[in-house]
Write a protein that binds this ligand. Sequence first.
Ligand SMILES: C[S@@+](CC[C@H](N)C(=O)[O-])C[C@H]1O[C@@H](n2cnc3c(N)ncnc32)[C@H](O)[C@@H]1O
Length: 280
Amino acid sequence: MTESSAPVPTAGVAMTAIGVALIRVRETHRPDRLYEDPLAEAFVAAARAGFDDDRWARFEALADQFYEGRSLAVKLVDDHIQEATAAGSRQIVLLGAGLDTRAFRLGLPAGTAFFEVDLPELFAFKEPVLSAQQARPVCARRVVAADLCGDWAQALLDQGFRPDLPTRWVDEGVLGYLSRDDAYKVAATVTDVSAPGSGFGIGRFHTENAEPRYRALRDLVSDGGPGARPVNGLGPDAESWFAGHGWRTTFRAWDDLVAPYGRVGPGSDPGVGEVLAIRE
Ligand SMILES: C[S@@+](CC[C@H](N)C(=O)[O-])C[C@H]1O[C@@H](n2cnc3c(N)ncnc32)[C@H](O)[C@@H]1O
């Protein structure tokens, strides 16, 4: 294993991926872990060097505050992807993939094409760390370094994406960082390039922007970096939008989704959960 000199995203939205890696490290260390992500440790170790002690302490404190729900959400997406591939899906696209390592750690069929879409600055950090770890994906991993507010569909096609095959799409915490307009442009693009039978899991959460942990996250991310863009994602009308654009939708409440994992949580609003959209 060699040292990496990866440029750490220490501000801006790409740094939020490091926060989720911190959460996956914490889960990995639990004796009753829901999943194991050894590469998360390498990302966190490489990222630590880019932060001063104060910013890193703020970052760790925030990861603790988001840990419970966020870690369960990782497990949910793991299971959804495995269900999709067990049902025959051979094309997965992670929108805002961050430091995700499912192409390495889930036992996906070798013939699976696994696309990771995220900003160029994220991959400028991620790829050298993976190389230093000599990490080898178990399937055909394709890196799509593109802004979801730009022409990312062409970048996806350039990497070999096939619009004629059913695809499993994953939004795991990225659309909420886009403006409503941009988030619906992404939904429209996904619709355009999705073959019948494609699936898209869309989180429905009430993000309280005034809640202290969200305010602290915004402050940390914008410190010393470019000004934060307006964010609000798809919002409460996502399900009706998909239903009106050729998708069949079902909603499952968060508490029902996570019940099988046996983690006792505070209990959620029954309106919080996931919309699963299937392309007709
Ligand atoms: C909270 S992180 C989640 C990362 C990953 N899905 C996970 O759960 O570990 C949000 C990710 O969205 C990416 N992102 C935010 N805005 C983006 C955009 N306009 N285009 C592409 N990626 C974006 C960030 O770089 C970051 O990796």
